[in-house]
Design a protein around this ligand. Structure first.
Ligand SMILES: Nc1ncnc2c1ncn2[C@@H]1O[C@H](COP(=O)(O)OP(=O)(O)OP(=O)(O)O)[C@@H](O)[C@H]1O
Ligand SMILES: [Mg+2]
Length: 262
């Protein structure tokens, strides 16, 4: 018997919006404990794939397997409960809440009491709250935002809001973390720190699927790269091979790929 180390399998997945074929017959898998870069020009279908994996939209065709279970018909909150957390291309925080509160909200899926328990104050809530606060503070420390716990999240500089969003996603205790352009709007120093943070997340055993336009970051930290262009997978492999792939270079330069000769 062979052991299959795949955590997530995308099998022949297609998605159309009206006449726009956003994804066509996409197949690849994520190995547990890896960082996979998902790249491609604007409109390639990267965010759409995130939306399918996280249950925002249903797939039209194909299957998505998480730990070998078909997750196609699960709702977003169920998928968070199963261990799939994400961040958004346009940061989506609870803007009027503090930094710490944003992370506490992210933990609701893994506490026994949940949101209603908190409101109705069951007996075990006090103990759970203490644990939630401790974990939230640890996560703030993990992303380097400890000093800003009580600040309103919308007052944070943009780059830090992205870090907070990652901390909030981690608060759900995910096994798979989907990051949609986490380096967008970050300066060089912040981007380097982000790279270290994503590696630390992977080292904690969380599998990462990273959508990113910053190629040096993506190539540096990814174990494997999948390339989409106009809804199709055009390449997959280790970063070095992808950087030299003619089809990939052509897609980014907007020119047709040269056909292989012979
Ligand atoms: N909710 C939607 N309704 C209609 N069309 C959509 C929707 N979401 C995505 N699309 C279309 O699907 C295609 C893929 O878009 P998607 O946002 O997935 O690309 P992307 O690879 O994330 O691009 P970018 O790098 O610009 O973020 C585009 O043509 C887009 O206009
Ligand atoms: Mg996108």
């Amino acid at each position: 018997m062979t052991i299959d180390p795949s955590l997530l399998r995308i099998e022949h997945v297609s998605k159309a919006f009206g006449g726009v074929q956003a994804l066509s017959d996409i197949t690849f898998e994520l190995r547990a404990g890896s960082i996979t870069g998902l790249i491609g020009p604007n409109g390639a279908g990267k965010t759409t794939l995130f939306n399918l994996i996280s249950g925002v939209f249903p797939v039209n065709r194909g299957r998505i397997l998480f730990f070998d279970k078909d997750i196609r018909h699960k709702k977003p909150h169920q998928l968070v409960g199963l261990g799939i957390a994400r961040t958004f291309q346009n940061v989506e925080l609870f803007e009027t809440m503090t930094v710490l509160e944003n992370i506490l909200v992210g933990q609701y899926t893994r506490t026994r009491c949940g949101m209603w328990g908190s409101i109705l104050r069951f007996p075990w809530v006090g103990e759970e709250e203490k644990i939630s606060y401790r974990i939230a503070r640890e996560l703030l420390d993990f992303v380097g935002l400890s000093d800003y716990a009580d600040q309103t999240s919308s007052d944070l500089p943009f780059g830090w809001q992205r870090l907070l969003e990652i901390a909030r996603a981690m608060a759900a205790g995910p096994k798979l973390l989907l990051l949609d352009e986490p380096a967008a709007g970050l300066n060089i120093v912040e981007t380097l720190r982000l790279g270290d943070l994503i590696r630390k997340i992977r080292d904690q055993g969380v599998t990462v699927l990273l959508v990113e336009h910053d190629m040096s970051l993506t190539m540096e930290i990814s174990d494997r790269i999948v390339v989409l262009d106009q809804g199709k997978k055009i390449a997959e492999g280790p970063p070095r091979a992808i950087q030299e792939n003619e089809g990939v270079i052509a897609a980014y330069l907007g020119k047709p790929a040269k056909k292989a000769e012979g």
